[in-house]
Design a protein around this ligand. Structure first.
Ligand code: AMP
Length: 212
């Protein structure tokens, strides 16, 4: 059973890498805090409404809210049985410390991508509203224009509301100031693997990274 963290700047490809891991270990739980917040926002739950103002500005949702949410998820049976990929958590030192009290971590995969590419990835990215498959209008369009490769449903370019140029600048700042210092925190534990994720990796390499 694997307990993994995928770490990287916004747009580094954490969601894409997580789906590559799922191809190797299908039963593993993919826990994306951003996805959970977006789902709650869409359904206008109290959690979604609390997170809204922070997300819209590209700021971090306060630690206590995120930590409670992740604790709940990590306590679910499927996670305990099948392991997890954390995507977008932890993003601050208090979050990392809270996590270390709940569980240990086997591996932190650090995705490295030059900033110029990150910006194009964020401004061009979109996903299938039906199955969540990820695309990019600059780099990774569906094979057949307007049709999702994965589920065959109709799909059009629609930006995430926080993927605009204004919020992006703030999100990259927040990453540098609050989240980047965590790399050293996990390096001190000796569990970080750095990966150049400028291009999507072949599955063989993904397998090697997470199996060793
Ligand atoms: P993401 O999809 O991971 O880029 O997350 C989208 C937004 O959700 C972020 O810009 C934050 O506002 C919020 N968010 C997601 N994960 C966290 C976290 N671990 N701590 C604080 N805020 C978060």
């Amino acid at each position: 059973m694997k307990k993994l963290i995928i770490f990287g700047a916004p747009g580094a490809g954490k969601g894409t890498f997580a789906s590559q891991i799922k191809e190797v270990i299908p039963q593993i739980a993919h826990i994306s805090t951003g996805d959970i917040f977006r789902e709650n926002l869409k359904n206008e739950t109290p959690l979604g409404l609390k997170a809204k103002e922070f997300m819209e500005k590209g700021d971090l949702v306060p630690d206590d809210i995120v930590i409670d949410m992740v604790c709940d998820r990590l306590n679910k049976e499927d996670v305990k049985k099948n392991g997890f990929i954390l995507d977008g958590f932890p993003r601050t030192l208090p979050q990392a410390e809270a996590l270390s009290e709940i569980t240990d971590i086997d591996l932190v995969v650090l995705l490295k991508v030059p900033e110029g590419i990150i910006i194009k990835r964020i401004l061009g990215r979109y996903s299938c509203p039906n199955c969540g498959a990820i695309y990019n209008k600059f780099f990774m369009k569906p094979k057949k224009e307007g049709i999702c490769d994965e589920c065959g449903k109709t799909i059009e370019f629609k930006q995430r509301s926080d993927d605009t140029e204004e919020t992006l600048k703030n999100r990259l700042e927040v990453f540098k100031n609050n989240t980047k210092p965590l790399i050293q925190y996990y390096k001190n534990k000796g569990i970080v693997k750095e990966i150049d994720y400028t291009k999507k990796l072949p599955q063989k390499k993904v397998k090697k990274i997470i199996k060793n």
